[in-house]
Design a protein around this ligand. Structure first.
Ligand SMILES: Nc1nc2c(c(=O)[nH]1)N[C@H]1C(S)=C(S)[C@@H](COP(=O)(O)OP(=O)(O)OC[C@H]3O[C@@H](n4cnc5c(=O)[nH]c(N)nc54)[C@H](O)[C@@H]3O)O[C@H]1N2
Ligand SMILES: Nc1nc2c(c(=O)[nH]1)N[C@H]1C(S)=C(S)[C@@H](COP(=O)(O)OP(=O)(O)OC[C@H]3O[C@@H](n4cnc5c(=O)[nH]c(N)nc54)[C@H](O)[C@@H]3O)O[C@H]1N2
Ligand code: SF4
Ligand SMILES: [Mo]
Length: 738
């Protein structure tokens, strides 16, 4: 570890987004001097984005909490770890004894999946809470992908990944990888990879209600009305299956349900769906024709498709399109990964459950669990609605649901009603300000790192481990230690001191994430265990390869890789086929649905320099023009009297915000766009820089009642709103938060 004044160089992967770019950190005098792209990383080849430098800023941020904090009548006070952990465990357990285990809720946020220790130990903490009220950012994000994978392939993480490096036709719906750097598709330097498709004679097509950064470099951009993609996909399938013979190729031997799908798509002609989607029938036919003609085509859809009222249908139909055109499990289509630490096919104890559906239901709205979790959109009603089983205490782990979940303002009112709340988080922010305790982990540079999640989703098989760059402070704990310490205390309160719990605690503490990682690597597909006479992959080997190792391109792996017992693909899972009825009712043939008079449809957006809600405290990332603006089409602006740079009042069923207008024909007429992750004007937060770039929270407008009915995922896209000039109405404040 660096200590002398000699410059030292350290290699690791950036943990801020899914691209897992290799970075080269130069340390001088014990401080980060520079962060650059690692040219020798076989996967990212030197690529980084402006966010990488935030790793230094996070490490040095004076606002970052470095010891546990307790909220008192007179404000926050630091407190020792043992005292904090003991008190937290006691208070959680006391509430469970009095009101039942479900009185405690838990929410896991996105950064957990970028954290090796949290990936391994947060599930332990969650299990030790013995509650059905488990929530995570999954249900405001990729839940439809996981549900479709579970139903079709038998495992929630067996998600097909676009073979971006070999495809000749990439149809992208509701994703903006040039800003997001790719999602459910780990692909550092997406721009170069998309360009390469074009250079080898292929095409990139983007379907999006906004002409995004990605749409700008695509060969074709198609506007679509928010929330109607399932119809467009059905029309593509109509052309592929009804007007053409199916081309499953070798997949035909292990696909069930083709006839059901063909029957279902029969009436979804391009002509039928065109008035609803706003995409004309000729365009849809041309898309289908090009897709069918390409030697290696892939359809890929992300947030814009997952977070709409038919999110699960969208993700299902995307995969169906890839299957029936013979593009699943082939080079240039969509393939499954074969990661060194395999969360799907590896030993059960080290993997993630296959998934499950409807083992229990939420108390108030009766929504089914998926993979042990309930949709986070019900969290606030589960706190606010009286009666037995009400959530009275909450544990948040690396999450900011006040800004990241629908109707965040209502959730904040609910958080104030809790008897007890604890947050494992480095910041005093919009969510954690409601907690009684905040337990801060070490900085990202003070922990070892291996991407358990994103190697699962990467467009190439690689593996990389990095040890901590800086030794953790003397009185600081990594996330996993906080999880383990809390779990141990809860176990002891619940069961008394049992020998097996004590042994397990000490064993896990000694092993830590690194030793478990080593076991997983050895037992994985490249591991030493299966190759006794040859060298296989171990952690020790990875330690010697600081740039990571290349394990080759994605390869066909079916039917062996399928996780249903019969190793077959279920093309027409019952819950998804059944949901087509709701789609038909929502978009009847006879009548074209249009937004109610005067209503616009709100969609979100991401910017390269934002990272969900929590990177706005980094000066380098918030400088420049304010980015939290409402994009409005010129026709709508003129009709509504909205002026560039002037404030508009945006109102939805659940709240209102006031935000500057940006007039641009990059959005479709009838559609407005706000970024998510802003809204730092809340009192009591300790985010000095972010508070000066507060913006407003889109989730003060999004509706906790708007869900994808099958998956329970939040349906952010297409929130109906009214927009007026704030100058006219004279309203000047955004939705008051608790
Ligand atoms: N309207 C709308 N809402 C959205 C989205 C959208 O597109 N539109 N996107 C959704 C998506 S895709 C996601 S993933 C969610 C994200 O939702 P969340 O995960 O709830 O929110 P984040 O903004 O990622 O906040 C992460 C929190 O973790 C803390 N943190 C950061 N690093 C660490 C760490 O190493 N350890 C610990 N313990 N804490 C850490 C931060 O301080 C912050 O409080 O938001 C969703 N919300
Ligand atoms: N810079 C940056 N990078 C990030 C993040 C970040 O906050 N900032 N967040 C990370 C996370 S957690 C995630 S999950 C990923 C998300 O990665 P992406 O999904 O690629 O990111 P988004 O920008 O949300 O892209 C969604 C797109 O869907 C479009 N859209 C909205 N509604 C509809 C619709 O109804 N139909 C169609 N066809 N399109 C629609 C939007 O206009 C937008 O362009 O990004 C990750 N990377
Ligand atoms: S693209 Fe993502 S992983 Fe790469 S440097 Fe930027 S934030 Fe980090
Ligand atoms: Mo996400």
């Amino acid at each position: 570890m660096p200590s002398s004044s000699e410059p030292q160089v350290h290699f690791r992967a950036c943990t801020l987004c899914e691209a897992m770019c290799g970075i080269r950190i130069e340390v001088r005098d014990g401080r980060v001097h520079s962060i650059r792209g690692d040219e020798e990383d076989p996967f990212s080849r030197g690529h980084i984005c402006p966010k990488a430098l935030a790793l230094r800023d996070l490490h040095e941020d004076p606002d970052r909490l470095r010891q546990p904090m307790r909220r008192t009548a007179s404000g926050w006070e630091p407190v020792g770890w043992d005292e904090a952990l003991d008190d937290v465990a006691h208070r959680l357990y006391a509430l469970q004894r009095e009101h039942g285990n479900n009185a405690v809720g838990v929410y896991l946020g996105n950064p957990n999946v970028h954290n090796l220790g949290a990936m391994m130990f947060a599930p332990e903490l969650v299990r030790s809470l013995h509650t059905h009220n488990r929530f995570s950012a999954t249900s405001v994000d990729q839940l439809p992908h996981q549900l479709a994978a579970y139903l079709m392939f038998g495992h929630q993480l067996l998600v097909p990944i676009p073979d971006i490096d070999h495809t000749r036709y990439m149809l992208i719906l509701g994703a903006n990888p040039l800003a997001s750097n790719g999602s459910m598709m780990t692909a550092p330097d997406v721009r170069a990879r998309l360009r390469a498709i074009q250079q080898r004679g292929g095409r990139v097509v983007v379907v999006d209600p906004r002409r995004t950064e990605t749409a700008r470099i695509a060969d074709q951009h198609v506007f679509i009305r928010p929330g109607t993609d399932a119809l467009a996909l059905l029309a593509l399938l109509h052309v592929a299956l009804v007007e053409n013979p199916p081309r499953l190729g070798r997949l035909a031997a292990f696909v069930d349900g083709l006839d059901v799908v063909r029957e279902q798509v029969r009436d979804f002609t391009p002509e039928h769906v065109a008035p609803h989607t706003g995409v004309d029938a000729n365009t849809l036919r041309a898309l289908a024709r090009d897709f069918l003609a390409a030697d290696g085509a892939v359809c890929y859809g992300r947030m814009g498709l997952s977070t709409q009222p038919f999110g699960a249908l969208c993700q299902w139909l995307i995969t169906v399109l890839n299957v029936v055109t013979g593009n699943l499990d082939r080079e240039g289509g969509a393939l499954f990964t074969r990661p060194a630490f395999d969360l799907v096919g590896g030993p059960r104890a080290l993997g993630l459950g296959r998934g499950s559906l409807g083992r229990w239901k939420s108390r108030v709205r009766g929504l089914p669990e998926f993979a042990g979790e309930l949709p986070v959109a019900v969290l606030s009603e589960e706190i606010l609605t009286e009666g037995p089983g009400r959530i009275r205490a909450l544990v948040t782990v690396a999450g900011n649901p006040a800004l990241s979940t629908p109707n965040g303002a209502q959730l904040e009112r609910a958080l104030e009603r809790l008897d007890f709340m604890v947050s494992i988080d480095p910041y005093l922010n919009e969510t954690t300000r409601h907690a009684h305790y905040i337990l801060p982990p070490v900085s990202p540079l003070e922990r070892g790192h291996y991407d358990l999640a994103f190697h699962m989703l990467a467009v190439r098989n690689t593996a990389r481990y990095a040890p901590p760059l800086f030794p953790p402070g003397p009185d600081s704990l990594e996330d996993w230690r906080i999880h383990l310490e809390l779990k141990h205390r809860l176990d002891m309160l619940r069961h008394g001191t049992r020998l097996k719990d004590t042994l397990a605690y000490h064993a896990l503490k000694r092993l830590g994430p690194e030793r478990l990682l080593d076991v997983g690597l050895r037992m994985g597909p490249y591991g030493a265990r299966f190759r006794p006479f040859r060298q296989g992959l171990t952690l020790a080997q990875l330690r010697e390869k600081p740039h990571g190792v290349d394990l080759g391109p994605l390869k066909p792996s079916l039917p062996q890789r399928l996780q249903h017992k019969d190793h077959r693909i279920r093309l027409a899972p019952e819950p998804l086929v059944a949901d087509l009825r709701r789609l038909r009712e929502t978009f009847p043939k006879a009548r074209v649905s249009s937004p109610r008079d005067g209503e616009l449809l709100l969609i979100g957006r991401r910017h390269l320099r934002d990272n969900n809600s929590w990177l706005h405290n980094t000066p380098g990332l918030v400088k420049g023009k304010p980015r939290c603006t409402l994009m409005v089409h010129p026709e709508d602006a003129a009709r509504l009297g909205l002026v560039e740079g002037k404030e508009a009042l945006v109102t939805s069923r659940v709240g209102h915000v006031t935000v500057p207008v940006e007039v641009t024909d990059d959005v479709m007429p009838g559609v407005v766009s706000l970024p998510h992750g802003y809204g730092h004007q809340r009192p009591g937060i300790r985010l000095t820089v972010a508070a000066q770039h507060a913006g407003v929270s889109i989730n003060d407008l999004t509706d906790d009642l708007a869900l994808d009915a099958v998956s329970g995922n939040a349906a952010f896209s297409g929130t109906p709103v009214r927009v007026t000039s704030a100058a006219v109405t004279g309203v000047g404040a955004s939705t008051p938060a608790a």
